[in-house]
Design a protein around this ligand. Structure first.
Ligand code: FEO
Length: 391
């Protein structure tokens, strides 16, 4: 782990987790991730902004020691989740003079997670400043992107913002800066979809907050540093804004090829009309790619066979994910085939999606193999989707 300088006296300590495949046993990491901490050296005081995942504490302490700091006065905890706070107890052991600066929510979470004593803390409030001498830290308490404790730390004189998880990307890279914007955009979109999308109204609010500030550089807690802040802010504005793109995402599975035939038929009809379509077989779902596809898509069509009197369990799991992620999708559809059952599947599936504020198209269900009537209904559904997307 190397220390790199962002500005004179402001250092990035990036713990790169090249090999990690899964975050929180939930989020796929196709390109690994990083845990970013920062050191801000003032003329009188020195502050460490966050720490790293506990598994990387040894390297982190060595890097910190390598900076040759005589003392650390403050450990700013922007967020208590252990991927950023996990090394704080070890840092306190090395630098016992340091006070942990955290808001009241973050303090209670850190005490619960790490057993820190209350007297290890100095509480900070929203918009409070702390002087490092010739540098000033301003703290902004910005709950729900994505925890209730989330805080931004802004170095006023240098116009550098440490944005915590917000605006981050799960991307292990030797690049300090997000200059490979196409690559970073892909990783940041997936990260936004998985972590920030459920909090879209808060995201919008904080993007507006940051747009009104003078910011030269943004150091997030995951992924490379932005020295062109408008790059990531403009993407967040588009992703969190209300506008959608005319695109159809189709989570589906099939047990005896009947639902698969219906999905393939619908895809052909939609493609023939020039619509963008992305099907995802949910039996072995890549949830990261799926979530990323939902960020701006106007339409989701679920394709499921009936199992007992509901959707296939794999579809129920996919529906749970969609409901939890709360995409801004405007239109929804349900298609599928049943065997001995009936058309109850679409009702129970729709009930699993109360957070999806969509206009539902009439469902299309077929008994067994789809025949002429079902295919005609799929033609009608395709027309409805095309018409809605043209509006
Ligand atoms: Fe990267 Fe919410 O922790």
């Amino acid at each position: 782990m190397i220390v790199r300088e962002l500005k004179p006296g402001i250092h990035a300590l990036v713990a790169i987790d090249w090999d990690r495949k899964l975050f929180d046993e939930l989020v796929p990491l196709p390109e690994g991730t990083s845990y970013n901490a920062y050191v801000v050296v003032g003329s009188e005081k020195t502050a460490l902004i966050d720490s790293v995942h506990p598994s990387m504490t040894g390297d982190f302490l060595a890097a910190l020691k390598g900076l040759g700091l005589e003392r650390v006065d403050y450990i700013v905890s922007n967020h208590a989740e252990p991927d950023h706070s996990g090394s704080i107890p070890a840092v306190l052991a090395e630098y016992p003079e340091a006070k942990v600066l955290a808001n009241v929510k973050c303090r209670s979470l850190l005490i619960a997670s790490h057993g820190l004593k209350p007297d290890a803390f100095t509480l900070i409030k929203d918009q409070q400043t702390v002087s490092l001498g010739d540098r000033t830290l301003r703290f902004m308490w910005v709950p729900w992107v994505h925890w209730p404790d989330t805080t931004f730390t802004y170095v006023e004189e240098d116009r550098v913002l440490f944005s915590c998880d917000f605006l981050g990307a799960h991307l292990a890279t030797s690049d300090l800066y997000a200059d490979d914007e196409a690559r970073v955009e892909r990783a940041a979109r997936m990260y936004y979809a998985e972590i920030m999308m459920p909090y879209r109204p808060h995201v919008k609010k904080y993007v507006d907050l940051l747009a009104a500030m003078a910011i030269d550089m943004i150091g997030p807690s995951h992924g490379p540093v932005y020295r062109r802040p408008e790059f990531i802010l403009s993407h967040y504005r588009a992703w969190a804004g209300d506008a959608t793109r005319p695109a159809v995402v189709i989570p589906y599975l099939s047990m005896y090829e009947s639902t698969a035939k219906m999905v393939a038929y619908l895809i052909d009809r939609l493609m023939a009309k020039g619509l963008s379509v992305q099907p995802f077989n949910v039996v072995d779902l890549d949830s990261g790619r799926f979530a990323a596809a939902l960020v701006e898509a106007s339409t989701v069509v679920f394709g499921s066979p009936t199992v007992l009197d509901g959707p296939h369990p794999a579809m129920a799991a996919a529906a749970y994910l969609v409901n939890a992620l709360k995409p801004k999708t405007r239109y929804g559809g349900i298609i599928g085939s049943y065997g001995w059952g009936n058309d109850a599947m679409q009702n129970s599936l729709a009930k699993m999606l109360p957070n999806l504020a969509v206009e539902w198209f009439a469902p299309v269900v077929a008994g067994g193999v789809p025949k002429h009537e079902a295919l005609a209904e799929l033609d009608r559904l395709a027309e409805d989707i095309v018409r809605a997307n043209a509006a």
